[in-house]
Design a protein around this ligand. Structure first.
Ligand SMILES: C[S@@+](CC[C@H](N)C(=O)[O-])C[C@H]1O[C@@H](n2cnc3c(N)ncnc32)[C@H](O)[C@@H]1O
Length: 193
């Protein structure tokens, strides 16, 4: 993917008042898998600076709720149908469970990268596993999931975990992903009871 497409997504994000271009990854995943609906309760893990939160609040509407979680503050005013929990997701598991159950669990969580690919992949796998654990605990029966993961040696283990939890498992690499990135989204549809 050329830098021209990257510039396009960054420019579009500025024009549409999203703090990060990553919103177009969620938009594509949602368009392809039809994940969001009005009235849903959605868990948004790794929410800062807040692009996904804004998109989700619009998608679920005034009768829905978005619970945004991140150790860093959002860079956008919190919409009335959103709540924010500050901290690492694993430490907030009980508060997250108390706010559930959720119709949709999303994770755009990413580690601070070190430049060492194996280390970064392992940390990404750990964040993905945290998100899958939260989906297992707090996702409603029939709910959906999408979680970011850096492709590497633990990828098949992550996919197997989702196959245990969901009826249908897909891999999506959105067009807005930077060409040099090895991230993909592992998605689960229809949480098993
Ligand atoms: C790519 S950014 C998310 C961008 C966001 N989805 C948006 O559209 O604005 C990744 C985020 O994961 C968060 N993160 C990293 N480790 C985390 C953890 N243990 N729990 C929750 N969030 C975490 C980072 O603080 C960072 O804000």
């Amino acid at each position: 993917m050329g830098s021209r497409r990257q510039d396009h997504f960054a420019r579009r994000a500025r024009q549409e008042n999203f703090p990060a271009r990553s919103v177009y990854k969620l938009e594509e995943i949602d368009r392809r898998l039809q994940l969001t609906r009005p009235g849903q309760h959605v868990l948004d893990l790794g929410a800062a600076p807040g692009s996904w939160t804004l998109y989700l609040c619009r998608a679920v509407g005034p009768h829905g709720l978005v619970l945004a979680v991140d150790p860093h503050d959002l860079h956008v005013p919190l919409p009335p149908n959103a709540r924010f929990l500050r901290g690492p997701a694993a430490d907030l598991a009980d508060e997250i469970a108390a706010a559930g159950p959720f119709d949709l669990v999303l994770s755009d969580m990413a580690p601070a990268t070190t430049g060492d690919r194996a280390t970064d992949q392992f940390r990404s796998f750990e964040l993905f596993s945290t998100a899958a654990d939260l989906a297992a605990r707090s996702g409603r029966d029939g709910s959906s999931f999408a979680g970011k993961i850096f492709q590497g040696s633990s990828f098949e283990e992550a996919r197997a975990r989702l196959r245990d939890l969901f009826i249908d498992v897909r891999v999506v690499r959105p067009k807005a992903t930077r060409s040099e990135s090895y991230e993909v989204f592992l998605c689960g549809i229809g949480k098993k009871s």
